[in-house]
Design a protein around this ligand. Structure first.
Ligand SMILES: NC(=O)c1ccc[n+]([C@@H]2O[C@H](COP(=O)([O-])OP(=O)(O)OC[C@H]3O[C@@H](n4cnc5c(N)ncnc54)[C@H](OP(=O)(O)O)[C@@H]3O)[C@@H](O)[C@H]2O)c1
Length: 220
């Protein structure tokens, strides 16, 4: 049983065959091909909200919108940003009427926020927002399904919180290597194989030049 019964959480990542989501210099565009990226938009469309960490916003400036789907509607955008560092010009703040939620920590400095029709700032009771707390708060906003799009630290935090139901992993036929290049679940810090997170692969499919692995999480 996962500890969070109300929100279905899916982790999504696009990785190389050696599990990397960016090079050591932070370059990540594009690991997968157009078909896989389009499937990524479908996953967004299927979820009430999409969440990323602040480092992903700073590195990639993603829109986090649904594109290329007729009558597709974009999910609520959620950013975990303990120190309230997100730049006002970030693309997640585009005024498209889709709600945006920024989660900051209790030691974040006060600052100016962009003029947006639907912007919510949630202040966690801790320096770094804890995943369980975040899920409880966004549950109050009516969110029932959440797509977590990284990066590495955020995926690890979600795994550690035992709140994840499913993994949606795109694997590209590329290898990056490098000790400094991030893997999709960076600081899980499992010392023994017997303590590894176990998953059950439910489907593997070719998607363009890439592979798509769907798996459910076995909570131990
Ligand atoms: N290929 C892909 O699928 C993919 C997807 C996304 C990102 N990326 C790449 O991944 C890299 C960024 O990944 P990253 O691991 O460095 O950073 P990240 O996971 O995007 O963001 C981590 C940051 O979020 C903040 N945070 C707030 N609450 C947190 C919590 N409970 N747990 C963890 N972090 C929390 C922390 O910064 P503060 O303390 O300042 O709040 C933390 O350093 C970029 O290079 C990006 O291009 C690749």
């Amino acid at each position: 049983m996962k500890d969070n019964p109300t929100i279905t959480v899916t982790l999504k990542a696009a990785a190389t065959l050696d599990g990397k989501i960016a090079t050591a210099t932070g370059n990540s565009k594009w690991i997968t091909g157009p078909a896989a990226r389009q499937k990524g938009h479908e996953l967004r469309q299927e979820n009430d909200a999409v969440l990323v960490g602040i480092n992903t916003v700073l590195a990639d400036d993603p829109e986090l919108t649904v594109r290329g789907i007729e009558n597709g509607s974009s999910p609520i955008r959620i950013i975990l940003d303990s120190r309230a560092r997100i730049p006002v010009q970030s693309r997640v703040f585009q005024n498209d009427g889709v709600p945006v939620v920024i989660v900051v920590g209790n030691q974040a400095a006060s600052r100016e926020w962009p003029e947006l029709t639907d912007l919510t700032i949630l202040t966690a009771p801790t320096k770094t927002p804890q995943i369980k707390w975040v899920l409880a708060e966004i549950g109050k906003l009516g969110i029932k399904s959440l797509l977590v799009e990284g990066g590495s630290l955020i995926h690890a935090s979600f795994f550690k919180s035992k709140s994840v139901g499913r993994l949606a992993l795109f694997l590209a036929p590329k290898v990056i290597g490098g000790q400094e290049a991030l893997s999709w679940c960076g600081n899980m810090s499992v010392d023994l194989i017997e303590d590894a997170q176990n998953l059950e692969i439910t489907s593997v499919s070719a998607i363009g030049q890439d592979w798509f692995i769907s798996a459910t999480i076995r909570q131990q």
